[in-house]
Ligand binder design. Structure first.
Ligand SMILES: Cc1cc2nc3c(=O)[nH]c(=O)nc-3n(C[C@H](O)[C@H](O)[C@H](O)COP(=O)(O)OP(=O)(O)OC[C@H]3O[C@@H](n4cnc5c(N)ncnc54)[C@H](O)[C@@H]3O)c2cc1C
Length: 429
């Protein structure tokens, strides 16, 4: 059987405890079978296992193999499609829509912090982000976010910084200002995902690796089929994001892969502290943005750009080095120790896609590059839904989504054109 190992990265080189779950063989009976061992699948499993359900996670490669184990590690308070959500959900929620979205925006942080504490997950969890403005127009957005946070009682967590204020936090001349947010988090995402899977396993969940689900059999008691095994369940949750090809009649053309690249430098020693004394995670205000932070061992972990063609053919270090040197000229010629890329699931209107494929088969996917907090929120919502509380699930499920005919064939060129258009608008601001 072909087994896909992890794709090498800084994260795989610093795994706290590698997973070693069995291949799914023979027949199993559970309450809920979950397809996909990324944050969505694993977070849903933890929620359900904590509620006493017998759960199975079925992962085609390794736990955290996809975007969950390869991302920037920045836990932001953005759901990506906040504005589109506000418009569509107003029909469903009326005047409560703003409160609903605001509460949701911070819910993932609370779940992650509580879970890390409860299960003792070592994942370098830290507080503090700078959302940085590269031109005055960006400051208007940041000021609006600042005002909203203060009006909603989060004033202690946010500070609006001018150019000199940014320089007190970051040895970079690139920014005209920034919004500092100390509620936001950053962490080692692969170690979080592995730690949560361990927690679910400890609560009795079955976890299978190297077990691709080839088919979902619908019926009164649905089943997921792997090459050597079968799991019968009362309900199934499909959490394969952009990596699965299951249920094409209902799901093809709804979500598209964009490739993102990340590098980490050699450890920088004292220089890391000098460049970023408060150890904040940083991202800028552009539509296609740079994002970075320092790792626990003092490397700069830097991500940027995104390739919306869906193809992965880039010299990542070659592309990101100029961005690093523009941000921190002090790092000219710095050694790059790791580089990797990964697909993220992009949804055209940027609203997470939650729905049902039949009466007892559910899916949840598509956080458009803002998935660490969102996947944990969705894990909670999916667990609520399969155990009978549908309110928040329905709020998402009733949102309309653009579906591109001919799916992946036509979808990515269209997406690439759309992204080019947004980047042009960005340049005009
Ligand atoms: C380069 C990059 C940087 C990012 N940076 C950030 C960031 O800083 N902050 C942030 O909030 N978000 C970030 N994201 C987004 C975030 O990582 C994702 O939104 C999130 O991890 C998605 O989680 P998931 O569990 O839904 O999907 P995934 O983590 O992709 O997991 C899906 C899993 O399903 C498995 N699977 C698929 N099909 C099958 C099948 N048939 N059978 C069995 N298993 C299957 C896959 O192998 C995979 O492991 C980034 C993404 C990328 C790619």
């Amino acid at each position: 059987m072909e087994m896909t190992a992890r794709s090498p990265s800084y994260y795989t080189a610093t795994i706290a405890e590698e997973s070693d779950y069995p291949v799914c063989q023979g027949s199993h009976e559970v309450d809920i079978a979950i397809i996909g061992g990324g944050f969505t699948g694993v977070a849903t499993a933890v929620e359900l296992a904590e509620r006493g359900f017998r759960v199975a996670i079925v992962e085609q490669n390794k736990i955290g193999w996809g975007a969950s184990g390869r991302n920037g590690g920045q836990v932001t308070g953005s759901l990506s499609g906040d504005e589109a959500m506000r418009k569509q959900m107003r029909q469903h929620l009326g005047d409560d829509v703003d409160d609903f979205i605001w509460a949701l925006r911070w819910r993932g942080h609370a779940i992650i912090e509580e879970r890390v504490r409860r299960y003792g997950i070592a994942c370098d969890l830290k507080h503090g982000h700078l959302h940085a403005a590269m031109k005055p127009a960006h400051m208007d957005e940041l000021r609006a976010s600042f005002d909203e946070a203060r009006a909603r009682g989060m004033g202690d967590d946010v500070t609006l910084l001018d150019q000199a204020g940014v320089r007190d936090h970051l040895q970079s001349d690139l920014y005209v200002g920034a919004l500092k947010n100390t509620r936001n988090l950053h962490l080692h995402p692969l170690n979080l995902c592995l730690g949560e899977a361990r927690a679910a396993h400890g609560l009795g969940a079955l976890v299978f690796e190297h077990s691709e689900v080839l088919e979902i059999v619908h019926g009164d008691r649905p089943a997921v089929i792997t090459r050597n095994g079968r799991i019968n369940a009362a309900q199934v949750v499909l959490a394969g994001d952009v990596y699965h090809k299951l249920e094409p009649a209902k799901l093809a053309g709804k979500i598209f892969p964009a490739m993102g690249g990340i590098v980490t430098t050699a450890p920088l020693g004292e220089l890391a502290r000098t460049l970023n004394p408060q150890d904040l995670a940083v991202y800028d205000c552009r539509f296609v943005l740079d994002y970075y932070r320092f790792t626990a061992d003092g490397r700069l972990l830097f991500g940027g750009g995104a390739n919306y063609s869906g193809r992965d053919s880039r010299d990542i270090a070659g592309e990101l080095r100029p961005c690093i040197e523009r941000t921190f000229p002090q790092l000219k010629g710095v050694q790059i120790d790791f580089q990797w890329s990964c697909a993220m699931g992009i949804v055209i209107n940027r609203i997470p896609q939650l729905g049902k494929l039949s009466s007892n088969v559910w899916y949840c996917q598509g956080y458009s590059g803002h998935g660490i907090a969102t996947s944990h929120i969705m894990g909670e919502i999916m667990a609520e839904a399969v155990s009978g509380t549908l309110e928040r699930f329905d709020t998402f499920a009733q949102c309309r989504h653009v579906r591109v005919p001919a799916g992946r064939l036509l979808g990515n060129p269209l997406l690439a054109a759309g992204m080019w258009y947004y980047q042009m608008l960005e340049k005009l601001r």
